[in-house]
Design a binder for this molecule. Structure first.
Ligand code: TA6
Length: 305
């Protein structure tokens, strides 16, 4: 666990005048605020979680629940949670935190760099005595967020131990949409998927994914880019992937939202998750010293017809 560094000290080390600074966010959790000519964004040190990305001339592309918790040990509802080293529940321990333990801890801010039209915010976390209680392995993860006309997320996992490291991972993006019931996810036609709302039965996607009820599909072994097509906000949010074989598409719908205390009863209508990851049969194995970088790049394009 990184030793606590004050916001004042973080700004002394990393602030870029007029471009990026660290401020106190919800729950007094520190966040990096980027305001550049190409885009604005916010990234909490808590979970290294992006909670806002607004390209110049567009509305924010990221959904954030008005009822999210903002505290150590609890996940932020919305934004782009970093899921590691397992996805959903831990197979051999139902008491373990959903989606792993790195999204509920403070990461260390390594650097903020102004690169051309973009701003690169780099955060890091690594195994410690708290993580070893859940998962007895050694790792280091760097989350490099490049904020510009596109949003590039790079998750660099290094096996710092002396035994093989097998893990699941995901960048669990909550896209902000005008109406989930009129939103569709393109790019997965013909892809096999496991339907988590139907006992994870294997099915095959026919056409675009449309939300007509609780939807929780894991598309395995697909490298395809996907587009969240939004006819209400008149835009398409495209996600290109590198070294990601899984795409998960999720909306809890009305009945699922009621079970989530940190999601307003109607907020399910304003979100659509399309997540780049490597889960289940797509899990990653690293030899000691090896590293693996998964990349998701988001771009907003007009005309969500
Ligand atoms: O990505 C879909 C999913 O795995 C769903 O099964 C649902 O559990 C969702 O993630 C949210 O999980 P969370 O632990 O953040 O409530």
């Amino acid at each position: 666990m990184p030793s606590f560094v004050s916001i004042e000290k973080l700004n002394e080390q990393h602030a870029i005048a007029g471009i990026a600074s660290v401020i106190s966010g919800e729950g007094n959790l520190p966040k990096v605020r980027v305001t550049s000519p190409r885009a604005s964004a916010e990234i909490y040190l808590h979970g290294a979680q992006v909670t806002s990305w607004q390209p110049a001339g567009s509305e924010d592309a990221i959904f954030l629940s008005a009822k999210s918790y903002w505290e150590e040990g609890r996940a932020i509802r919305g934004g782009i949670p970093v899921c590691f080293p397992w996805f959903r529940n831990k197979a051999d321990d139902q008491k373990a935190p959903s989606h792993g333990f790195v999204r509920t801890k403070a990461w260390e801010l390594l650097s903020i760099a102004h690169e051309g039209d973009s701003v690169v915010v780099t955060l890091v976390t690594e195994s410690d005595e708290a993580s070893r209680r859940w998962w007895p392995h050694e790792f280091r993860i760097v989350h490099r967020v490049t904020v510009g006309a596109e949003l590039k997320l790079e998750l660099v996992v290094t096996n710092t131990g002396d035994t093989a490291l097998k893990f699941e991972e995901a960048l669990h993006t909550y896209h902000r949409v005008g109406d989930a019931g009129r939103t569709r996810v393109a790019g997965l036609d013909g892809a096999p998927y496991l339907d988590n709302m139907d006992g994870n039965r294997e099915k095959t996607q026919a056409g675009d994914v449309k939300f007509t009820g609780p939807t929780d599909n894991a598309y395995l072994t697909t490298r395809n880019a996907v587009e969240v097509v939004d006819p209400v906000l008149h835009r398409r949010i495209r996600t290109e992937k590198k070294n990601s074989l899984t795409t998960v598409v999720w909306n809890p719908w009305q009945e699922g939202a009621k079970a989530l205390a940190d999601l307003g009863d109607d907020e399910w209508q304003s979100m659509a998750c399309a997540e780049a990851g490597n889960i289940r049969s797509n899990a990653v194995t690293l030899a000691p010293g090896e590293e693996h970088t998964m990349t998701a790049t988001l771009a907003v394009e007009g005309d969500g017809r």
